[in-house]
Design a protein around this ligand. Structure first.
Ligand code: GDG
Length: 471
């Protein structure tokens, strides 16, 4: 680990979270470990090749430390106070923007002090990036927590090429227009040269917001921003993906395959294992899925001897009240279903409220006959793509919500509308009974897509588009 102070970088990622986590051992020793997230995997090779820097928060309050190098990435911390975590992160990011951008599934809270904190923290991120960027550098800003950074950065450093990628949906204007600070957000994003979205519909929603709020001309993927000089901004879909090879390699590991068999046998070798894997978030439609499953048991269409549902709900945003309520609701429902239909030897829902190592996730995917992705709204949903990448046996059925970005690409999944409980029940029964030849045909097409359009392709497409604007 080497320290550096006044170096400058040609390629910089700016994201809410750093790509490393601080691990403290029981004896008090601390070290840094690469965080398991997909974004890190996606960008690591590019960062290493270009000796890039990553500006972000370390995930803990008041943690101040000097920049350092880790695995070929220059790590630059942006400290946040406990008050800022509450207002900028848990407040404005996760309790205003997140519900608003996901079609107000939960009601967004609008608080002016949260907005002030969002502005202050975005300014700090922009200042950090501006201070370490080399002349003419490329800066790629990630996600909804940092939508003001592109404009702030451009004002400080007009020489930079600036990209922005929004990992969550961008809502229709009728919803976006609720936001008291809608103009500032649109202006913030328009500071970028390329604004990437998950779906074409998100890019269109953004272009419409620009027309309505600013009256700028937009045509196709291009937005003309007047000024001195006037600028052309690209707003376009770049659907994110996964490291499909890495997932398949894990799936081919004999130990992981053995673990998959073990899981099925521990579940009592039912005819059908159904699986859900989600952060415990109200956007994921976990309640809708449980409702459909519970009704199928109650209708006598399935039995706990034949079918089991494994639901991994990894803990998320537990300090935000809506998430606490959601957890209570989900756990009440799971308890009811198990109480009503479980037997001593067979539990209906195997509910797991914790995170697992990647190997265990892959073993679960391999063990699952039917994968349930029932999101009410989701930027992409990487779980759907991971399931396809893992199933090199070309088996397994994916039920995929049309409200997840992944449904634009995984056309041969069984598409469902999670609000339509009867439709969902029919789709589940259809999946359980689907003939092997059809399972194979559908899975093959999905795998082709995910393997061809992997995350390396995603990042290189984005960077290519960004470089084209420089020319
Ligand atoms: C946001 C957008 C968009 C989950 N539990 C465990 C675990 N996971 C992993 C999954 C997957 C990732 O977390 C979740 O990604 P998703 O895409 O499903 O959802 P969000 O977290 O909401 O992500 C989303 C994404 O950003 C990328 O742009 O697709 O729409 O909302 O990779 O496997 N991984 C491990 N243990 C767990 O318990 N190891």
């Amino acid at each position: 680990m080497s320290e550096s102070t006044d170096e400058s970088y040609d390629f910089i990622i700016v994201a809410n979270r750093l790509p490393v986590d601080r691990v403290v051992e029981p004896d008090g020793d601390a070290y840094w470990k690469v965080s398991p997230g997909g974004l890190v995997t996606a960008l690591e090779p590019m960062m290493q090749a270009s000796e890039g820097a990553w500006v972000g928060w370390a995930g803990q309050p008041e943690l101040e430390f000097d920049p350092f190098d880790h695995n070929g990435i220059h790590v630059v911390p942006v400290p946040l106070s406990a008050d800022e975590i509450e207002k900028y992160y848990e407040g404005f990011s996760n309790d205003t923007l997140w519900p608003l951008y996901h079609d107000v599934i939960a009601p967004p809270s609008y608080h002016r002090v949260w907005w002030d904190s969002y502005v202050a923290v975005n300014t700090r991120f922009a200042q950090k990036a501006a201070a370490i960027a080399a002349q003419g550098a490329t800066v790629w800003v990630q996600d909804y927590q940092l939508q003001l950074v592109p404009k702030l950065l451009r004002e400080a450093r007009p020489d930079l090429t600036i990209g922005f990628f929004n990992h969550i949906p961008f809502p229709p204007y009728g919803i976006f227009s609720q936001l008291p600070w809608r103009r500032q957000i649109v202006d913030g994003l328009l500071g970028a040269d390329v604004i990437g979205f998950q779906r074409t519909a998100d890019a269109s929603n953004f272009a419409r917001a620009v027309r309505r709020l600013r009256g700028y001309t937009t045509r196709g993927n291009t937005i003309w921003v007047p000024g001195e000089p006037s600028r052309k901004v690209t707003a376009k879909a770049f659907p994110i993906s996964i490291d499909a090879n890495a997932f398949e390699t894990l799936a081919r590991d004999p130990q992981v395959q053995e673990r998959a068999r073990q899981i099925r046998s521990d579940l009592g070798n039912p005819t059908t294992v159904m699986l859900g894997v989600d952060r415990l978030d109200y956007t994921k439609g976990i309640g809708h899925r449980l409702k459909a499953f519970g009704e199928l048991l109650s209708d006598g269409k399935i039995s706990v001897e034949d079918v089991v549902l494994v639901q991994v709900a990894s803990p998320s945003r537990e300090r935000v009240e809506t998430y606490r309520q959601l957890r209570d609701e989900i756990e009440l429902t799971v308890g009811r279903i198990n109480g009503d239909y479980g037997t001593i030897s067979h539990q209906a829902v195997n509910y797991l409220h914790h995170g697992f190592p990647r190997e265990e996730m892959v073993a679960l995917y391999l063990a699952a006959d039917v994968m349930l992705v029932t999101a009410l709204r989701d930027g992409m949903n990487l779980v759907a793509k991971e399931y396809a990448a893992v199933r090199f046996d070309e088996d397994g059925v994916l039920l995929l919500s049309e409200f997840a970005g992944a449904s634009d690409e995984l056309r041969t999944a069984v598409r469902i509308n999670p609000h339509d409980i009867d439709g969902l029940k029919e789709a589940i029964l259809g999946a359980i009974a689907m003939p092997k030849a059809e399972r194979r045909r559908r899975m093959r097409a999905m795998r082709k897509r995910v393997i061809e359009n992997d995350v390396a392709r995603w990042s290189s497409n984005f960077i290519t588009a960004l470089e084209a604007t420089r020319a």
